[in-house]
Design a protein around this ligand. Structure first.
Ligand code: FPP
Length: 240
């Protein structure tokens, strides 16, 4: 899934139970390519490589859950050529996961509204999820994902189950990430300081880390810096 033959870079930090789940807003692919006089799609291709490198590294330092924002419900507004390029990358990635699913350590989950994808692809995603359900490192790939859509979708599921009133616990059990703890740390690359509709419900008490580094340039050393920043903070969850 992260490229079997490649070794993760030598880990410089390790994490403990305080940092189980890290989420990434992989921003800056387009600018990375444009800075090099290349089409934006080239940035996404490079971004997919960085995703593998960072995934390998997070697994090696002891992270248990990683979530990446690969395609949002709003990203369909981009030029068709760019949407097609991202879809092709995702398609290739899913195919690769399908081939490697029995032999690596990754439990893959696809989060988002998957109804828009062709039935054959959805069937493949389902088979990957089922076959990797017992693996120790969980990777959530957010595709056609929007935080607001997720909350509305969860409420509709609860209504379908007959609920007329819902609790926070009900919503937490019906969102796409019900199988894993909330993110402890959300890292956004690319310099913008916003959440962009990512993990709205789950990130109520997440620590945020923003960096100007464009996603294709992100290195394990940058992850170490984000991890160090995380450990330098005191999480109070609204207490004192
Ligand atoms: C944001 O950068 C990035 C995306 C909308 C797509 C992210 C997709 C990938 C990294 C490839 C997906 C494939 C796999 C296998 C994970 P941007 O295009 O908004 O960059 P910009 O802010 O510089 O325009």
């Amino acid at each position: 899934m992260f490229g079997k033959k490649k070794q993760a870079e030598e880990p410089k930090v390790t994490v403990d139970e305080r940092l189980q789940h890290i989420a990434f807003i992989m921003d800056g692919n387009g600018r990375w390519a444009q800075k090099r006089g290349m089409p934006r799609e080239f940035g996404h291709t490079q971004g997919a490589k960085t995703f593998k490198k960072i995934g390998r590294y997070c697994e090696s330092i002891g992270i248990r859950y990683m979530t990446v924002y690969a395609f949002s419900t709003e990203n369909w507004k981009r030029p068709q050529k760019e949407v097609d390029a991202i879809m092709k990358l995702l398609d290739e990635h899913i195919e690769e996961c399908f081939v490697e699913m029995d032999t690596d350590n990754v439990r893959l989950r696809f989060i988002g509204n998957l109804e828009v994808f062709p039935p054959q692809l959805r069937e493949k995603m389902k088979r990957i999820e089922e076959s990797t359900a017992h693996k120790p490192f969980t990777l959530n790939m957010a595709i056609n994902y929007g935080g607001r859509e997720e909350i509305a979708h969860a409420c509709n599921r609860l209504i379908e189950q007959g609920k007329t009133k819902v609790t926070e616990e009900d919503i937490s059990s019906a969102i796409y990430t019900a199988h894993c703890p909330n993110p402890d740390l959300v890292v956004r690359t690319g310099g913008d300081l916003r959440t962009s509709n990512f993990l709205l419900w789950q990130s109520a008490y997440a620590e945020y880390y923003f960096t100007d580094v464009l996603w294709p340039d992100l290195t394990p050393k940058d992850v170490d810096e984000a991890v160090s920043a995380f450990y330098s903070r005191k999480r109070r969850y609204g207490g004192v």
